[in-house]
Design a protein around this ligand. Structure first.
Ligand code: LLP
Length: 385
């Protein structure tokens, strides 16, 4: 039996300690088949799953089994991706501060490509590759100075951001790489931000890439791989109506606006859009408290389990999945000793009682993976159904 909304198998939740992450494998499967179908329309499109969004081992295994590559930002993610079955030759490695041991992990595993963000990093990769008598493929992450209509904390492609190499330096760094003994320049990498719903933002990136490609063509520099990063957003307000993000339009946008040269391959690094909608944070009502002007629902989950509302003012749909009693207005808060430990203010929920189960929806991306042990709390576990 499922609850009234037919979404959660709540009878199976009885023996699971709350809070926990619930992952719906059906939603994840259909998301993955949509990606494969839509990206598959273009033979030169390659999708790498951005492991940072969710590195739960069962989720990683499911994703790797579909043949996607992986986008990693740390040595730990490279190891997790390889353990989950992602082939090393489909792993890209980004990050503004790669430590020596992480570079070595990448070299030892013969990953596909380093997305390089600075000259000192390039030199370090070349040194280690020389010591190991290997050649490291490198792409340069270029900061395209393209804004994205999203939260300031998750926009990355502006000139003022710490990420990438300035467009002005592009030819210079490529020239440096081409003169180095143990790195091979193979492409350009970009990423303008996350939770982007306006396709115009991706179109603007395409136009910028086209300009840069013209520049490189004039300089006689060949580029085999164009990595456009990730960033496709999801519908946090209506997860039931839109469980699968707009992959068709997303890939079409790139197919239509990127002016590719013969033989060029396009890479995508999708995180949120792959896993957000399959996950919910399931938590229990500890207490309902009458404040002076407000009614508080105090959950056993807090910002340590899902930090997005506190950190980015993110709105996640919240539902009482136990009660069908009439709606009331509540502030939904966690137990952490921080006033920012609030999931939502003044929202309507079916009347809450101690012990009711609450689902915080669209939490599959940047949820479990960003959990912390602050206040000596236990980390939430993830369960795939
Ligand atoms: N590639 C690069 C270089 C990135 O920095 C990111 C995300 C991705 C790909 C994947 O982007 P996605 O497809 O997931 O938008 N914790 C924040 C999001 C941080 C995103 C960081 N970079 C949140 O909860 O909204």
């Amino acid at each position: 039996m499922t609850n009234n909304k037919g979404i959660f198998p709540i009878e199976k939740f009885q023996d699971i300690e709350t809070p926990f992450y619930y992952y719906d494998s059906k939603i994840l499967d259909s998301t993955l088949s949509t990606i494969i179908k839509e990206a598959g329309k273009y033979s030169n499109f390659h999708v790498h799953y951005a492991v940072k969004a969710n590195a739960n081992p069962r989720i990683l295994k499911l994703i790797s089994s579909t043949g996607l590559g992986a986008d990693c930002v740390s040595g730990g993610e490279i190891t997790a991706a390889i353990e989950a079955g992602f082939p090393a030759d489909k792993i890209v490695f980004a990050g503004v501060g790669k430590a020596d041991w992480e570079i070595n992990t990448a070299l030892d595993n013969d990953i596909f490509c380093f997305n390089v963000e600075s000259i000192p990093e390039l030199e370090t990769i070349n040194e280690w590759a020389t010591k190991k008598d290997k050649t490291a493929n490198v792409a340069f992450r270029i900061n395209p100075d393209v804004g994205a209509h999203t939260h300031a904390h998750i926009t990355t492609g502006l000139a003022e951001n710490k990420f990438g190499i300035s467009m002005n330096d592009m030819e210079k760094v490529i020239d440096m790489a081409q003169k180095m003994s143990n790195v091979k320049f193979i492409g350009l990498h970009f990423h303008i931000g996350s939770q982007i719903l306006l396709m115009d933002d991706f179109t603007a990136l395409c136009h910028r890439i086209n300009e840069l490609q013209d520049r490189l063509e004039h300089a006689g520099i060949a580029v085999k791989h164009i990595n456009v990063g990730g960033g496709l957003g999801v519908d946090y307000e209506n997860p039931n109506e839109h469980p699968i993000p707009a992959f068709r339009t997303y890939f079409e946008t790139y197919a239509q606006h990127l002016k590719l040269r013969p033989g060029q391959e396009v890479h995508f690094e999708l995180g949120r859009s792959v896993v957000a909608q399959c996950g919910s944070l399931i938590s229990k009502v500890l207490y309902v408290k009458e404040g002076t002007n407000k009614k508080f629902v105090i959950l056993d989950a807090g910002m340590t389990d899902l930090i997005r509302p506190a950190l980015y003012q993110a709105c996640h749909k919240i539902e009482n999945i136990t009660s069908q009693a009439g709606c009331q207005t509540y502030d939904v808060v966690g137990p952490i000793c921080e006033s920012s430990d609030v999931f939502a203010s003044d929202i309507q929920l079916n009347q809450c009682r101690r012990g009711d189960l609450i689902a915080i929806r669209s939490a599959g991306a940047y949820g479990e993976i960003m959990a912390s042990g602050y206040n000596c709390r236990r980390l939430p576990k993830g369960h795939l159904f």
